[in-house]
Structure formats: C-alpha cells, structure tokens
Write a protein that binds this ligand. Sequence first.
Ligand code: 6PG
Length: 250
Amino acid sequence: MSAPVEIRRLSTPQDLFQAAAEELIRAATDAVGQRGRFTIALSGGSTPRNLFTLIAANASTSLSWPHVFFFWGDERHVPPTDAESNYRMAEETILSKVPVPPANIFRIPAENPDAPAAAQSYEQTLRKFFAPAQGEFPRFDLILLGMGPDGHTASLFPETEALHEQSRLVVANWVEKLHTYRITLTLPVLNAARRVAFLVSGSDKAAVLHEVLEGKAPGEQYPSKLVRPSEGKLIWFIDRGAASQLSASA
Ligand code: 6PG
C-alpha cells in the first residue's frame, strides 16, 4: 500500500531548496543511523543545481560523507565532461566540494557510444552494490527527481518504451523528440525507494503539475504520475509558481 503523497508548498525557489536540503540531511542522518549508509540517486537538469550548492555549503561538515553513496536517476548520452552531463553538474556543484570518497560515487558510463551497453553496465553496478534478492529491486534511501515541462521524470518521457519496463533496473530509452538515447532508472526502481522527492519550481511547470497531481490523463502522457513508491515516502517540493494552477486543497 503506497504511503500518502506529501505536497510541500513553499513560497520561493530558495525556500524550496532549503526545505529539500533539510529533508535530504534528515534522510541521510536516519539512513546512516539505521543502516550505516545513505544511498541517493541524483536528478539532473537545472533545478537541482541550487540544492546541491546549498548542501555543499551547509552539510560539508554535518554529514558523514564516507557513509554517503551517490548514484544517478538518469544521464544524457554524453561524456562526463559534456556541458549536458548530469554528472558534470553534480561534480561542479557538490561532489568537488564535500569530502565524499571517490569510491562512493557511481557515475552512469554514458560516454559509451553503445547506450544499451552503458545501461547494462550501470545495471550490473547497481546489482553488485545492492545485491537485491531474485525478483527484488534496489531500495535507494532517497531518489531526487525533477519534472520536465512535458511531465517526464528522470528520462522517462511520455509514450516512450522505458515506461513499460518492469524487470530491468536501468535502460537506454530512445527519445524521438530529442533524437537521442537517454539512460535511466526504470519505474520499478523509482517505486522501490524508501523516499522519493520531486523538486518542481517555476510557473512554466504549473499546467503540467496540475495535470500530474490533479488531472485524469494516463501516466503514459505524464510519466511523473507513474512514480508512487510502493512502501516509501513521496514528497513533492513545489514553489508558488509551480503550484499556481493547483486547487487549494492539493
Ligand atoms: C534530466 C533530468 C530530468 C529533469 C527534468 C526537469 O536529465 O534532465 O533528470 O528529468 O529532472 O527535465 O529539469 P529542470 O529541473 O531543468 O526543469
């Protein structure tokens, strides 16, 4: 039975990043205290930049970095040095600024020109690290997600093949409108997480956020709707702009 969805409305983008940073630090402290480690899958795009910067500034001493393990929810099909790389953005904003051991950073090998092979390799990395039982999925302590203006999340885009994957952990998803592969965790992995946090900022996301949280359209059209952790917490961090087309009760 899925836990109830938590929608945290914040006024400004800065308030959103502050609230998300506090949640991340809470999740990390709980996880390390209970299981001796904190596993997080980072989102990409532009929204998380400010969150990562805030964490690096505030938590460089307060988190037990040797017990923090970084993964990615998705990656563009580019080398880690590319301006489009989600890894590069995280490296610039947080990984280069906190004392996390390099061995704790598990980058998606998206420089491989064979995208399906890169996905397969990352799947092996996850299976080796989490050692899930047969038929089980890795349980990340926290998965950060963004939502695109078309309702996609990670690299699960509307009407794409990856939305239907029920057994693989990681796939190379061909995104026709971008004319490129993206490498992404699959929905079973997102929905196995202990905690999923969406960060959605700005009025350009308002119409789609209304569709995702209150609309009746199928999840294939708005894949963010398909993220509902079966035994985990789902929190939406949204600012005033993103919330502007939600009903008062949402
Ligand atoms: C990516 C992300 C993607 C992102 C959304 C929102 O690789 O781009 O993982 O899912 O979270 O597109 O991006 P913005 O935060 O930049 O709007």
